[in-house]
Design a protein around this ligand. Structure first.
Ligand code: CMP
Length: 141
């Protein structure tokens, strides 16, 4: 089924000049970039985006990290895009991520894990709407 998912290239990856290498992984796996922009999150935006994690021990340092440098937010489209993107990314902790995943190859730690990908259709819809207006997502024929 054709789906859209939401992706973040996180501060650690942007700082290390890995944007192109990461987008290449998506394109090599038949995910299409249908919206993209670079943003520097405010603390308020980061807190709102990660509201579900408020109160967890990793929440405060996560917010500080997410505002520490620009990020690249994208909408990716493709067959089973949500599951496919998560496969390409690997699990949260890079030490446990499958070989050849983005996190296994590039992530620095469980926090500085280079990328984010939506984990469900509901979060994909919420996360896309958080960053993109409908007219910023490109139509293709
Ligand atoms: P992500 O799963 O994309 O969204 C939540 C983020 O919180 C996660 O990526 C990590 O960046 C961070 N995170 C999750 N669990 C931990 C943890 N145990 N320690 C530090 N950071 C974490």
């Amino acid at each position: 089924v054709m789906q859209r998912t939401f992706s973040i290239i996180k501060p650690d990856a942007v700082k290390r000049n890995l944007i192109g290498k990461i987008v290449q992984r998506f394109e090599d796996n038949d995910l299409r970039v249908i919206a993209a922009k670079m943003v520097r999150l405010s603390t308020e935006q980061a807190e709102a985006f990660y509201a579900e994690h408020k109160g967890r021990d990793f929440y405060e340092p996560l917010i500080a990290y997410m505002v520490s440098a620009p990020i690249v937010v994208q909408v990716l489209e493709g067959e089973d895009a949500i599951a496919k993107n998560r496969q390409i990314i690997g699990v949260t902790d890079p030490a446990k991520a499958e070989p050849n995943t983005i996190r296994a190859d590039y992530a620095l730690s469980v926090r500085e894990n280079s990328v984010h990908g939506s984990d469900s259709e509901e979060s994909a819809a919420r996360e896309i709407a958080f960053f993109f207006a409908d007219d910023e997502i490109c139509c293709r024929d």
